[in-house]
Design a protein around this ligand. Structure first.
Ligand SMILES: Cc1cc2nc3c(=O)[nH]c(=O)nc-3n(C[C@H](O)[C@H](O)[C@H](O)COP(=O)(O)OP(=O)(O)OC[C@H]3O[C@@H](n4cnc5c(N)ncnc54)[C@H](O)[C@@H]3O)c2cc1C
Ligand SMILES: NC(=O)c1ccc[n+]([C@@H]2O[C@H](COP(=O)([O-])OP(=O)(O)OC[C@H]3O[C@@H](n4cnc5c(N)ncnc54)[C@H](O)[C@@H]3O)[C@@H](O)[C@H]2O)c1
Ligand SMILES: O=C1O[C@H]([C@@H](O)CO)C(O)=C1O
Length: 492
């Protein structure tokens, strides 16, 4: 047992400090009945080495949000001997976005590999390797997903049979890739889904042998993986059911410009069709993709990016949100069960700025929700989470690419749009509501100073002069017009 673990077993979560911190704002936890607690102790003692040790704080999930939550515990001096992370993965938390970016660079172009991109390097923080967790006295259980929870007695059961008694629990189980069913070939060798580093390793092995790649889905994974496969000089086709790429964010006009760029890089598009079946070849690997319209596309490697779904199991009892999916929390990330919190992709939280419930499946929210939740847990602060949605992507970044692409979006893509600029250099799209307020703003290939204006505009939502904005001859001029409205607004 590590010294951290030993310290923890003599410092159970029922310490005075813990009670004081929680009782200042938290509804008191109902103590388990004597009979139940005696029973759980017996189960605990019988089940495993871990059984009779109390964990003051437990995080379930070893992903992006967990990594940033751990850092916040350390910053508050509350990690050492008190924090336990239970992870399904075999490695310490890392920056998941790298998996479809640097990780998929061609092998001769210095692809990113662990430990290079452990959290929190993506946000400019210290690199948190497994040694970092040890040094900070954080217990991490790898490859042992939580399989069950007893909220009454505050006990988690892991898949290997460990019983963990927790004081406070943070659920950060993220999302899982949506898969095609087995009966249409969704599990054939050569068919890939990308959610974790093991998936990315398996894809890299396939790419090493690949000749014909089919990417299914025109969203984030589809766009990033198709660009990566083009970087490997592979025959690449992207297939999706909608009229254009990235339908949940891009306007048709913006999508057309990106599609043209992909085509210039050799990527073929098949739009407006659904998949009928993936079929195996003689070697048992995927060989063809059958489309609903009767077409047959050859492929030795298929990457499926058809969305993600929140991993709520086995935590359904803490309360789900039926509209946006995921685990329902309040503006402090508290679930309906006292002492249990949810953060990151899995959390359905009040998006205060737009007065609606939302789930955000992007890394900025994973980082910020983690920090906000842990601060709430460890201090008396009760400031509601006030999040401004932020999404980004980068493709064709590999060395030798003729055109690197990097875009950011802030706000809400509602209302009508004004597009300004020349895509070959720099382009911006403004989403305006009926009062001509800026609701959302997208910028491709901006400078750091220009990107820094985006959150200010999306947050303040200034009223802009549509005619002036429409006639702006460059992105710089359009940003100046929108920012001057900001300054006028501030002066009034
Ligand atoms: C390939 C890829 C690229 C991406 N690129 C970008 C990007 O460029 N920009 C962006 O903004 N966002 C991007 N995202 C989204 C971003 O990575 C997620 O929003 C972020 O990872 C969410 O963090 P999380 O901690 O909530 O979930 P995750 O990072 O997914 O972590 C969840 C963790 O919980 C574990 N887990 C699940 N169930 C259990 C269980 N029962 N017990 C224990 N552990 C469990 C999982 O194995 C995983 O380790 C990308 C996502 C993917 C998959
Ligand atoms: N840059 C980023 O922010 C980034 C990058 C990669 C992944 N991610 C995250 O990873 C997760 C998965 O991404 P994703 O691209 O799979 O999801 P997505 O929602 O971005 O895109 C899904 C796409 O799949 C297609 N689709 C849906 N159902 C289909 C079907 N039955 N057959 C064929 N095509 C179908 C549609 O074209 C749709 O646009 C998301 O949470 C996403 O936010 C984010
Ligand atoms: O947020 C991110 O983290 C990784 C990388 O920066 C970590 O090295 C990446 O590609 C992002 O977009």
């Amino acid at each position: 047992m590590s010294s951290a673990l030993r310290r923890m077993s003599t410092s159970p979560f029922s310490s005075c400090a813990f009670q004081q911190r929680t009782s200042s704002w938290w509804p008191s936890r109902r103590p388990p009945s004597t009979a139940t607690s005696r029973r759980s102790l017996v189960i605990a003692a019988a089940a495993s080495n871990f059984a009779n040790e109390n964990r003051e704080y437990v995080i379930v999930g070893g992903g992006n949000a967990a990594g940033y939550a751990a850092r916040t515990f350390v910053e508050h001096g509350m990690a050492d001997g008190r924090l336990c992370i239970v992870s399904k993965e075999a490695v310490a938390p890392y920056e998941r976005p790298a998996l479809t970016k640097g990780y998929l660079f061609p092998l001769d172009k210095k692809p990113a590999r662990l430990p290079g991109f452990h959290t929190c390097v993506g946000a400019g923080g210290e690199r948190q390797t497994s040694e970092w967790y040890k040094e900070h006295g954080i217990e991490v259980l790898y490859e042992d997903p939580v399989a069950a929870i007893d909220t009454q007695n505050q006990i988690l059961t892991t898949s290997s049979g460990n019983l963990l008694k927790y004081g406070s629990l943070i659920i950060s189980t993220g999302c899982a890739a949506v898969r095609f069913p087995e009966n249409i070939g969704g599990n054939l060798p050569g068919v890939h889904y990308i959610r974790d580093v093991a998936d990315a390793d398996s894809l890299v092995s396939s790419l090493e042998e690949a000749k014909k790649v089919v990417v299914i889905g025109g969203g984030y994974i589809g766009m990033e993986v198709a660009a990566a496969a083009a970087g490997w000089n592979l025959d690449t086709t992207i297939i999706f059911p909608e009229d254009h790429i990235m339908p949940r964010l891009f306007t048709p006009s913006l999508a057309r410009r990106y599609e043209e760029l992909y085509q210039k890089n050799g990527v073929k598009f098949i739009k407006g069709v659904l998949i009928d079946k993936l079929e195996g070849g003689t070697d048992g690997r995927v060989g063809t993709v059958l489309l609903r319209n009767g077409s047959i596309i050859e492929a030795d490697t298929v990457i499926v990016g058809i969305g993600a779904k929140p991993v709520v199991s086995p935590f359904e009892a803490v309360g789900l949100n039926n509209n946006v999916g995921g685990i329902q929390v309040d503006s402090l990330f508290r679930t309906s069960v006292p002492g249990i919190f949810a953060i990151g992709d899995v959390a359905a939280f009040p998006l205060k700025i737009y007065d609606r419930m939302a789930r955000v499946e992007h890394v900025d929210h994973a980082r910020k929700s983690a920090q906000h939740c842990v601060r709430t847990l460890l201090t008396a602060h009760t400031q509601p989470y006030d999040y401004l949605p932020f999404f980004y992507s980068r493709v064709f970044e590999y060395e030798g690419s003729s055109r690197k692409i990097w875009w950011q979006f802030y706000g809400d893509n509602v209302g009508d749009t004004i597009e300004v600029g020349d895509f070959d250099l720099k382009v911006a799209t403004f989403w305006l509501n009926s009062e001509s307020r800026v609701k959302g703003i997208f910028l491709e290939s901006g400078s750091p100073e220009e990107f820094a204006l985006l959150p200010k505009l999306a947050k303040s939502q200034p009223v802009v002069d549509r005619v002036k904005l429409q006639s702006a001859s460059s992105v710089e001029e359009a940003l100046e017009i929108a920012s001057s409205s900001l300054r006028i607004g501030a002066a009034i």
